[in-house]
Ligand binder design. Sequence first.
Ligand code: SF4
Length: 227
Amino acid sequence: MNPQKEVRGDMEKPIEHYWHLRLKVVKEALEANQFEVFLADDVGEAKKIVKEQILPTTGAKSVSWGGSMTFLATGLYEEIKKIPGLEVLDTFDRSKSGQENTDLRRRSLLVDLFITGTNAVTEGGMLVNLDMMGNRACSINYGPKHVVILVGRNKIVSELDDAMYRIKNYAAPVNAMRLDKKTPCVKTSYCEDCKSPDRICNVWTITEKSYPKGRIRVVLINQDLGL
Ligand code: SF4
């Protein structure tokens, strides 16, 4: 390797280089917590990893997903639906009625492969999530045989407290705005720990380790993605 070339590359893309180093540290921390971890430079590479390295090894016959802007950004949502022989429980299908979607979410708790994002990942290697209904958080932790978590670099935080602060004071208010919820955070940008019927913050999960080992695969992506 030419050291001079290496330095020039770092200088040209210092932000990507910074995050490349950070992502490697988080990868090691997650691996120590029994997650299987992949590194991707961008959403295109993340999609390739899921399609070519993860999907075939799971032998999955059924797949579903939980709310994740990162998952949509990879393009996997469209591509997976085209795979022949794979049963797709599409909980994002707007043409379905509310009841049909509720049924799909319940059935998706038992699919072979569940794909989603995470609200935060700590540098110590924990996944932290907050759900309105809990279907995504539950599927991450129990039910589906295999889970894939797609994570943009912006989701990395130092500690559990930072994760919870980030989620309650950034991810949740922005999500409430995106979903047109009638909650106080939509007006103030701060979490007011509301009692609104529209409250989207109901179920917390902290995934400290993957059990069994490797059940949860994490793809760390060197881009800012999702909330
Ligand atoms: S608890 Fe209520 S105010 Fe706080 S972030 Fe959630 S929806 Fe917004």
